[in-house]
Design a protein around this ligand. Structure first.
Ligand code: AMP
Length: 210
C-alpha cells in the first residue's frame, strides 16, 4: 500500500507512521528525519536546510523532491511505503504525480491548533537515536533519557514556542490545500486525532481496512 499521512506538525503523523509500518511491513519515510540526519552529519543539504527548519519555514520544493525521488527508488519501497510529512505543498504533490507514483490513500489526521501547541511544546526527542517522547502523553521511564538507547532527550529547536506558531501558519497556508487536492482525487481519508495515541491508531487502521 502507498500511503500519505497529512496533518499539522504535531498531529501525530510520525507515531502513526510507525504503527502502520509495523502492521504492514512497509517503510515509513519522513523527510523531516532525513533532513535532521543530514543536518547532524553536516552535509551540504543539511547546511542548506538548517535555517529553514530552525525558523519554522519549509525547505524549498526542489530539495524535497530530490530527496523523495532518491528514497522512493530504493528497493524497500517496492511493496509500498508511508510518506510522513511529505508532500507539504501542492508543487510536491504534483511532482509525485509526475514521477508516476500512484498513491492509494491519503490520511488526514485532524487536530485543533490549541492541541497542537500543547503537544509540540511537550515533545522531546532523543539526541542519539531520534526516538520521540512527550512529557505528558509519552514520558520516558527516566527523566530526559531515552528508553531505547539511554541518549539525552532534548527539545527540537523548531518546537520552541515562536517557531511552533510559525510552523502552524505555514501549515495552514501551504499544506492544508492538499486536503482538497486529494479529496478531488478520491483518495482522502479523515481521522480525528484522539487524546490517546492508541485510539487514533485504532481509528486509522479501521479506516484503512487493515
Ligand atoms: P517534520 O519533522 O516533518 O515536522 O519536519 C521538520 C521540518 O523539516 C519542517 O518544519 C520543514 O522545515 C522541513 N520539512 C520536512 N519535510 C518537508 C517537506 N516535505 N517540505 C518542506 N519542508 C519540509
Amino acid at each position: 500500500m502507498k500511503l500519505i499521512l497529512l496533518g499539522a506538525p504535531g498531529a501525530g503523523k510520525g507515531t502513526q507512521a510507525e504503527v502502520i509500518c509495523d502492521k504492514l511491513a512497509i517503510p515509513a519515510i519522513s523527510t523531516g528525519n532525513i533532513l535532521r540526519e543530514a543536518m547532524k552529519n553536516g552535509t551540504e543539504m543539511g547546511r542548506k536546510a538548517k535555517s529553514y527548519i530552525d525558523s519554522g519555514a519549509l525547505v524549498p520544493d526542489d530539495v524535497i523532491i530530490n530527496i523523495i525521488k532518491e528514497r522512493l527508488a530504493a528497493d524497500d519501497c517496492k511493496n509500498g511505503f508511508i510518506l510522513d510529512g511529505v508532500p507539504r505543498t501542492v508543487a510536491q504533490a504534483e511532482a509525485l504525480e509526475e514521477m508516476g507514483v500512484e498513491i492509494d490513500k491519503v490520511v488526514d489526521i485532524e487536530v485543533s491548533d490549541d492541541t497542537i501547541v500543547k503537544r509540540l511544546s511537550g515533545r522531546r526527542v532523543c539526541s542519539a537515536c531520534g526516538a520521540s517522547y512527550h512529557t505528558l502523553y509519552k514520558p520516558s521511564a527516566l527523566p530526559d533519557r531515552c528508553d531505547r538507547c539511554n541518549g539525552q532527550l532534548i527539545v527540537r529547536k523548531d518546537d520552541e514556542p515562536a517557531t511552533i506558531l510559525e510552523r502552524l501558519r505555514t501549515y495552514h497556508e501551504l499544506t492544508e490545500p492538499l486536503v482538497d487536492f486529494y479529496k478531488e482525487r478520491g483518495k482522502l481519508v479523515v481521522v480525528e486525532g484522539q487524546e490517546e495515541v492508541a485510539d487514533t491508531s485504532r481509528l486509522l487502521l479501521e479506516k484503512l481496512g487493515v
